[in-house]
Design a protein around this ligand. Sequence first.
Ligand code: DX5
Ligand code: ZN
Length: 223
Amino acid sequence: MKHDIVLAPSVLSADLAQLGDQVAMIEAGGADWVHVDVMDGHFVPNLTFGAGVVDAVKRSTSLPVDVHLMVERPEFYISPFADAGADVFTLHPETTAHVQRQLEQVRACGMRAGLALNPGTPLAYAEAVAADLDLLLIMSVNPGFAAQGYVPASTEKIRKARHLLDVHAGRARLQVDGGITRATIREAYEAGADTFVAGSAIFGASDPKAEIGELRNHCFPVV
Ligand code: DX5
Ligand code: ZN
């Protein structure tokens, strides 16, 4: 599906003093989703946002809000984030003992359920719960910070993940997050990713609105 890609700017790299305006800017630039990185200082070595920020983002946009939970015990946050307006809720399998139950719970709360795999986390985790996935996130950096370099082995993992979803979970989206730039997005797209998170590449650009279009064009170069 050549044109069915989703670009999800990560507000981790936005100017947080102007969060509402920054979200409105990326919506005007053609973003498809808004990605919110929630970090707890335990699962990853950084602290960021809670449900209050998801609520503020939701009130700033009509775009789906894509929440990436890099937290221990994500089950504590399913209901609060649903109430705050999250549309996609993605958790990491190392953070909870009962991954399948939590994915079911995410759906029961009306959100799309995502599973995120760190570069060192095997794809087998996704295979075990494929029927419960609306989204599989292949991390192309070790999460915690924006503006890190794309881990090259991610491309082969995306390829294998594409195959897994095609076989077991045809409608689930395949997302990639970390180090996505003009230089890396096409490689990830060609490997089978259809949903792209980009933080520093968009908010660090001189024209963030135009950069969203540039990233899209780099998936489908004019030949
Ligand atoms: C990484 C976060 C990412 C991050 C991406 O821990 O999950 O969403 O914001 O930032 P860039 O695109 O700058 O690598
Ligand atoms: Zn993220």
